[in-house]
Design a protein around this ligand. Structure first.
Ligand SMILES: Nc1ncnc2c1ncn2[C@@H]1O[C@H](COP(=O)(O)OP(=O)(O)OP(=O)(O)O)[C@@H](O)[C@H]1O
Ligand SMILES: [Mg+2]
Length: 610
């Protein structure tokens, strides 16, 4: 192999310059250099400069048309990555390299061994090709699932695309997945990729178009919006006070817990099976004025239809080799939170009791479900999964366009990080704080990453590497962006005409029932937000407005439910007693709680329902 240059000038142990003889070399490529004591060392070109003798005066002469010869030489700056010793430890040379040493493009063997890039097709997820080299990059699936992952980039940076790549790889290996899909982007996994640009790149990556219709199941809590999905129904039978409080997100409200405890105890004593309607009926009879919060909340939840018979079985949601999409498109944010909180808790419990196989939970738009500030019903359980999931074989992958807004406890537990282009300084800071060994050079690279390139670090990959993300087997679902922008420009065009135009402009659409999505997008752009309209039609909006009366539904700081003032002194007294009673209640039960928890958990899982 011909050298690409020769080391010159002052030479260090961590950095050196080389006179470039092969002008095709590029920044970030890996080089191989022989060290007098340590043998072959891997380095990475961190910069390339063209040094010329063109002075200011001569440049001016050039600008007025004079002929000026320009002498130039190209120099490369190499940052040393290291070498492996006999025990496979990554080491750095402790003495300088020698000037005059030849620099070569790094061999695949050296790159793989120093960077820890195994080519294990059985246990690895093929995510792309090492930038500048013809080396396929595999992420170790065990590490990825056990130790969690984060996919971070600015909006439109390619997060959903690379998540699709990961999901395809996990499905090919039979790893069960549950994907929280707030925008309804992932059902396209069922269809083979027919994007012309992607098809042209398939040979390069060794990929063939392939749909995963036999492996993917789509659920939604509202199948009137998401018509291709199977209904996701929660179990409303014999919910205890703790379950109910989960749906209310008012853990601070001891009063409400007290009422719910009393009501559920009574129902348990009277009935073998009771429903939410039974609970509402009995709460209505309660004297405590706080009851209205409970009644309003559960009537609202009932109106959304998320409870019902038969409830979805957890063993149907999580199956060997199945990818389950929870399509939350068009579902209001508070209901989305409720669904994700309840389901994540059930999945964690089911994994703890080994009722479902080890799996990966994927959370898109994670800044909404585990926010750094403001709280969310989902925060607690996602924190628990991030910190304890590894022990129980429940992996978490979080995806976000706002890394700075994701809870640090969750982000710091994500050992594998996949980063695409990020420019926001706060987001960059959050990423750099959560990644060990991220050099200043890499921080700059993150801001300049072109579309389709990603930085991967963690897991089996010891130092951050840049890859070209492989093309998808299946169709990418995030194609709504160009449709939306085109629709915005053409607002005044009648809907039918616009649909026809769009169909002509995007021949790849219009198949697989995608007209439907198109119409939804157009509806939204037209100012008639479909979800808003549906809620208005069903009276849900009115109830929601009534419930939140000037408060922020999503904020935990603000009580989400207004407590009515006690009307009489008697009632105020009753309220007080209730609260102190609750405290005692809680103290009494605290010790028993832990012991009872496991037994309770077992019992709850008997119904195999979310
Ligand atoms: N590796 C890639 N190869 C080819 N096209 C890509 C790649 N990554 C992204 N794209 C294209 O870029 C666009 C945006 O990608 P994607 O939907 O993944 O972005 P995102 O980061 O998920 O955006 P958002 O924040 O809006 O969810 C898509 O149209 C997709 O086709
Ligand atoms: Mg996305």
């Amino acid at each position: 192999m011909d050298p690409i240059g020769i080391i010159y000038g002052n030479v260090g142990t961590t950095e050196f310059r080389f006179a470039v003889s092969d002008r095709s070399v590029k920044r970030n490529e890996y080089v191989e250099v022989s060290h007098p004591e340590c043998g072959s060392i891997l380095g990475q070109i961190s910069d390339i400069t063209r040094e010329t003798d063109l002075s200011f005066d001569r440049a001016q002469k050039l600008s007025i048309g004079e002929e000026v010869p320009i002498g130039e030489q190209v120099a490369g700056l190499v940052t040393v990555v290291g070498y492996r010793d006999d025990r496979n430890t990554l080491l750095f040379p402790r003495t300088p390299f020698e000037a005059g040493t030849k620099v070569f493009k790094a061999s695949e063997k050296l790159v793989r061994s120093v960077l820890g890039l195994k080519e294990d097709k059985e246990t690895g997820a093929y995510v792309g090709i090492l930038k500048g080299h013809d080396i396929k990059v595999y992420i170790d699936i065990n590490g990825l699932v056990q130790k969690h992952a984060a996919i971070l980039a600015k909006t439109g940076g390619g997060k959903s695309y690379i998540l699709g790549v990961l999901v395809e790889e996990l499905l090919k290996k039979g790893v069960p997945l549950v994907i929280i899909d707030p925008h309804g982007e992932y059902s396209s996994l069922m269809h083979p990729n027919n994007n012309a640009k992607d098809l042209a790149l398939m040979d390069k990556f060794g990929i063939k178009p392939m749909g995963f219709a036999d492996k993917v199941v789509e659920y939604s809590t509202d199948v009137s919006i998401n018509k291709t999905a199977v209904p996701l129904k929660f179990d409303e039978i014999n919910l205890d006070a703790k379950d109910l409080v989960d749906f209310m997100d008012s853990k601070k409200g001891g009063t409400q817990l007290g009422i719910l405890r009393r009501v559920t105890r009574q129902l348990m004593a009277e009935k073998k099976f009771y429903t939410i309607d039974d609970i509402i009926g009995l709460v209505k009879k309660d004297k405590n004025p706080s009851k209205w919060n409970i009644i309003n909340t559960f009537e609202y939840i009932q109106s959304t239809g998320i409870f019902g018979e038969p409830p979805t079985r957890i063993s149907d949601l999580v199956k060997e080799g199945q990818g389950t999409i929870i399509n939350l498109k068009g579902i209001s944010p508070d209901i989305q939170e409720m669904v994700v909180a309840r389901m994540s808790k059930k999945l964690f419990l089911a994994r703890k009791l080994n009722r479902i196989p080890p799996m990966m939970l994927v959370v898109e738009e994670a800044h909404n479900f585990c926010p750094q500030q403001g709280g969310a019903m989902t925060l607690g359980v996602l924190r628990t999964i991030a910190s304890e999931g590894r022990k129980f074989g429940l992996g978490l992958t979080v995806v976000s366009q706002r890394p700075a807004k994701i809870d640090k406890n969750v982000l710091s537990q994500c050992a594998t990080q996949i980063i695409l282009k990020v420019t926001n300084p706060n987001d960059l800071k959050a990423i750099c704080q959560s990644i060990e060994g991220l050099t200043h050079g890499m921080e700059e690279n993150i801001q300049r990453l072109p579309m389709g390139s990603a930085i991967i670090t963690g897991g089996n990959i010891v130092t951050p590497i840049i890859i070209e993300v492989r093309v998808r087997h299946s169709k990418h679902g995030g194609v709504s962006v160009p449709i939306l922008s085109a629709a915005t420009q053409a607002r005044k065009v009648p809907l039918e005409e616009m649909v026809e135009k769009m169909r002509q402009a995007h021949p790849e659409l219009g198949e697989d029932g995608e007209d439907l999505d198109l119409r939804d997008e157009l509806d939204e752009v037209d100012g008639e937000d479909k979800m808003h309209k549906d809620m208005k039609d069903s009276g849900g909006l009115e109830r929601l407005e009534e419930k939140v009366k000037g408060t922020d539904v999503m904020s935990e700081d603000e009580p989400d439910l207004e407590e009515e003032e006690p009307e009489t002194e008697d009632e105020a007294e009753a309220d007080k007693e209730e609260e102190s009673g609750d405290e005692e209640d809680e103290e009494d039960s605290e010790d028993d709680d832990k012991e009872e928890e496991e037994a309770e958990a077992e019992e709850k899982m008997d119904r195999d329902a979310v």
